[in-house]
Ligand binder design. Structure first.
Ligand SMILES: N[C@@H](CCC(=O)N[C@@H](CS)C(=O)NCC(=O)O)C(=O)O
Length: 314
């Protein structure tokens, strides 16, 4: 959007053909005591998501596994991101009654300039967008709302906070954002660089996960929840649509079993929607897939036994 008006603008690669993700414009933070301007309160915040989007998937995972379904409301956009950006379609907008996400941004700021992205967290009380940055949303869900829950849980475990941050950072550039860097590369050099980094990191993770059940040992942490959305989409979307095709996820015994292990963790499957994911990616990226055909496959059994219960235990 420019000055509150919708402008269709595909974010192209930079001068070297590299995909550059635009920084989020809203970076408000929620806190337990409200000192940040946004207090953690029951029913106050609404999360707009796309089921296809891996960044949204992170926020859904935290909401679900922390037990925040009754605390934070959620609604969806349609899978297709077309000429008008994200639209609510049949899902509707239960908070503001808008038709498109861009109208929510204009409600916050009639002169808004910037991209219109999911996830977006809306504050009913101040009638403003709090944030459109998933990495802040998951941290605030994890830390600010525990007082409202009968059985609070943490995935950003304070005692290993630095290790968790380091692992999330180490995976972000080559893997989570790396698949996009492959898919939207505008030069051979940019693609070659991105794909080499992606598979070098996957190879390293494969070997790590041969020694331990989760990325940081025996406990499921935020680092696993941040990696999972990319692995879940890997063979169905990124391998094909984004040309991440040196190896499939299913060629990595440990990574593939680890992905099934997380998928089978109570609550996780509810956050996964492969049909919407496939419908979105293959239909929405005209610059790399103009015919918008959705391939019919692969068939993947995320419920096959993973056998990882004892990995890493003596
Ligand atoms: N930094 C953001 C990135 C969000 C993002 O790029 N979302 C994509 C969907 S996967 C989007 O809405 N893109 C629309 C656009 O850029 O026009 C986050 O992690 O929350």
């Amino acid at each position: 959007m420019i000055d509150g008006e919708w402008v269709e603008h595909d974010l192209g690669p930079d001068a070297h053909g590299r995909f550059i993700r635009a920084a989020a414009k809203f970076r408000g933070r929620i806190s337990a005591d409200g000192k940040t301007g946004f207090k953690a309160e029951q029913g106050r915040y609404h999360l707009y998501i796309a089921d296809a989007c891996g960044w949204c998937h992170r926020t859904l995972l935290f909401r679900q596994l922390l037990g925040l379904e009754e605390v934070i409301s959620v609604s969806r956009v349609e899978p297709l991101m077309g000429a008008q950006g994200w639209e609510f379609g049949d899902h509707g907008d239960p908070v503001l009654g808008k038709s498109r996400l861009s109208e929510v941004y204009a409600e916050h700021d009639p002169k808004y300039t910037g991209r219109v992205t999911v996830p977006t967290l809306w504050d009913r009380k101040t009638h403003r967008i709090v944030t459109n940055e998933s990495s802040d949303i998951i941290r605030d869900f994890d830390s600010a709302f525990s007082g409202l829950l009968a059985t609070p849980r943490r995935f950003f475990l304070p005692e290993i906070a630095d290790e968790i941050d380091a692992m999330i950072d180490a995976n972000y550039h080559p893997v989570n954002n790396g698949v996009y860097r492959c898919g939207f590369a505008g030069s051979q050099q940019a693609y070659d660089e991105a794909i080499a980094q992606l598979f070098a990191r996957l190879d390293a993770l494969e070997s790590l996960l041969g020694r331990q059940r989760y990325l940081l040992g025996e406990r499921l942490t935020a680092a696993d929840l941040c990696l999972f959305p990319t692995l879940y989409r890997f063979d169905s979307v990124y391998y094909i649509h984004f040309k991440c095709c040196v190896r499939q996820l299913r060629d990595y015994p440990n990574l593939w079993a680890y992905t099934r292990d997380i998928y089978q963790t109570p609550g996780v499957a509810k956050t996964c929607d492969m049909a919407s994911t496939r419908a979105h990616y293959y239909a929405s990226h005209e610059s790399i897939h103009p015919r918008r055909l959705v391939p019919s496959g692969p068939e993947i059994d995320f419920l096959a036994p993973h056998g990882r219960e004892h990995v890493g235990t003596a």
